[in-house]
Design a protein around this ligand. Structure first.
Ligand code: HEC
Ligand code: HEC
Ligand code: HEC
Ligand code: HEC
Ligand code: HEC
Length: 374
């Protein structure tokens, strides 16, 4: 056993001497790593996300440099501390690394944005697991070789199950709470409120338990999905948290949308949600005018890029509830289909950023579709 593990541990030791710590985690957490690798968190830098790159390109520059690093690539210390951007391994492979998230001790509230307070410990991580809460730091034994006899815990790092922020979702709020521009105007509008009464948290909805072991050393049935359920992955599953109720009216019909999450939907600048409706009547399909949920940022009554905005032209986002009216009257025998989806950026946004060629960016991603018979 010992001889089997020795080369493995040596290779681990060597790989920790270089950048890309997430690659070290991959050795024991291969499924989580694979999911992470396709996630928006791994792809948050200008080198991996063309929308972010185009926006930074157009953004006015000053001596503070690349301020986006605070949330888009905090693992790159030079970018974070000095605002200096270079195409290095961290930017490309792990702009928001495994270690970074699992090091978040607390979240400090701020006017422009919140700030993550991290421990900087490379071998001690926070996580949440109900049964183990209160057990303080989950100590591993001192010697790696002694440890191999006790495969339950990690031979590589310590685990701390005691950080409340990992249980209530507050760990996400250092980056996701708000992003205010120079005019003190929030350009993301997540408007999230974390409450003890909530049945679900940021983590249970966006990192649900899915099939596959969380670690290769001992088999577990499930693990927390690190690809992030949302716009890119498992998007149709997110529809479980959205309800439609249709009410017939003399002049058309109303759709009441109930949002069961603890935040507003589609608030990110240049993003839009779209509700499509079609009626099948006497074998013919009638396509109704879609409703668009968006928050249009403006200055002096004209749509502008996020950094210039100080007001709104329109806000049709879905907060807790939203009623949408369609002016087509329904008849007996009608079959109505409602489809709610989201586009990463609107056509206008894509044009503004010079990204019209990338169909991926404006693709309609379905969150929920439901049929109603009348
Ligand atoms: C040598 C193998 C190994 C390496 C390398 C490794 N881990 Fe682990 N990790 C484990 C084992 C074993 C567990 C214990 C799982 C358990 O308690 O059931 C664990 C548990 C965890 C947990 C807590 C899971 C839980 O719910 O108990 C986190 C978080 C974690 N690892 C993060 C990381 C990160 C981040 C890295 C890379 C910097 C990493 N691990 C590298 C083996 C490893
Ligand atoms: C306080 C944290 C924070 C800062 C600072 C920040 N962002 Fe973001 N940004 C986010 C978060 C969180 C998201 C994801 C929001 C969502 O999906 O709703 C995001 C999303 C984006 C998106 C949308 C990406 C996509 O693929 O749809 C763009 C573009 C973007 N940011 C550009 C920037 C630029 C440019 C800067 C620097 C000038 C910046 N951000 C600074 C937190 C931040
Ligand atoms: C270090 C900052 C940071 C932390 C911490 C963070 N995020 Fe993000 N998140 C981002 C940024 C930046 C983006 C946008 C990346 C891009 O597209 O450029 C993003 C994108 C997202 C998106 C939208 C895109 C998608 O994949 O659907 C969701 C949902 C999300 N994060 C959920 C979470 C949750 C849940 C947590 C807490 C467990 C969390 N994030 C923690 C920075 C962060
Ligand atoms: C955006 C922040 C974020 C990033 C990046 C991140 N994690 Fe996590 N991770 C979390 C949170 C939050 C949890 C707690 C999930 C829960 O409550 O079950 C978690 C849970 C875990 C667990 C325990 C799994 C379980 O099912 O309980 C392991 C192991 C883990 N992470 C390893 C990693 C590794 C390895 C990476 C990089 C490949 C990584 N994490 C990247 C936020 C993150
Ligand atoms: C009850 C489930 C639920 C909870 C709890 C929840 N979300 Fe969401 N979230 C959703 C749904 C549904 C969407 C819409 C689908 C999408 O856009 O990915 C969404 C969308 C998002 C987006 C993309 C927003 C955009 O601009 O389109 C981000 C970022 C996000 N959530 C972060 C969070 C954070 C951070 C928390 C914790 C404060 C959280 N979510 C809690 C269900 C939830």
């Amino acid at each position: 056993m010992r001889y089997f593990f020795l080369p493995f541990l040596i290779s681990l030791f060597i790989s920790t001497l270089f950048a890309n710590e997430s690659k070290v985690c991959q050795k024991c957490h291969p499924i989580i790593y694979e999911e992470y690798y396709k996630s928006s968190h791994k792809n948050a830098s200008i080198y991996n996300n063309p929308i972010h790159a185009a926006m930074w390109d157009k953004h006015p520059k000053d001596d503070k440099g690349y301020t986006c690093a605070k949330c888009h690539s905090p693992s790159d210390e030079k970018a974070l501390k000095e605002g200096v951007l270079t195409e290095n391994e961290v930017q490309v492979e792990e702009p928001i690394s495994c270690v970074y998230c699992h090091n978040i001790k607390e979240v400090q509230e701020g006017e422009e944005s919140n700030t993550n307070i991290t421990t900087g410990k490379h071998k001690e991580f926070y996580t949440a697991e109900k049964g183990k809460k209160g057990s303080a730091a989950f100590e591993t034994e001192k010697s790696w070789f002694g440890l191999l006899k006790e495969p339950k815990s990690s031979p590589y790092h310590k685990i701390n199950y005691d950080n409340e922020n990992f249980y209530n979702g507050n760990v996400c709020m250092g980056c996701h709470s708000h992003v205010n521009n120079e005019h003190n105007f929030d350009i993301t509008m997540l408007d999230a409120v974390i409450s003890e009464k909530d049945k679900n948290s940021c983590v249970t909805c966006h990192m649900p338990q899915v099939i596959g072991s969380k670690v290769s050393i001992n088999e577990t049935k499930t693990h927390a999905f690190h690809g992030i359920a949302g716009i890119y992955h498992m998007n149709d599953k997110m529809g479980d948290y959205i309800d439609f109720k249709v009410t017939q009216k003399p002049q058309g019909f109303d759709v009441l949308i109930t949002n069961k999450s603890n935040h507003a939907l589609f608030g990110q600048a240049l993003r839009a949600g779209i509700l499509k409706a079609t009626i099948i009547r006497d074998g013919k399909t009638i396509v109704l005018e879609p409703f668009v949920f968006e928050r249009v940022l403006a200055k002096d009554g004209k749509e502008v890029m996020p950094w210039s905005a100080d007001s709104l032209l329109k806000d049709t986002l879905i907060y807790a509830k939203k009623e949408v009216h369609f002016s087509n009257a329904l008849k007996a025998g009608d079959k109505l289909t409602l489809t709610l989806g989201v586009v990463r950026i609107t056509q206008e946004g894509a044009k503004e950023l010079g990204l019209e060629a990338g169909k991926e960016f404006t693709k309609f991603r379905i969150l929920k579709a439901e049929k109603f018979d009348f």
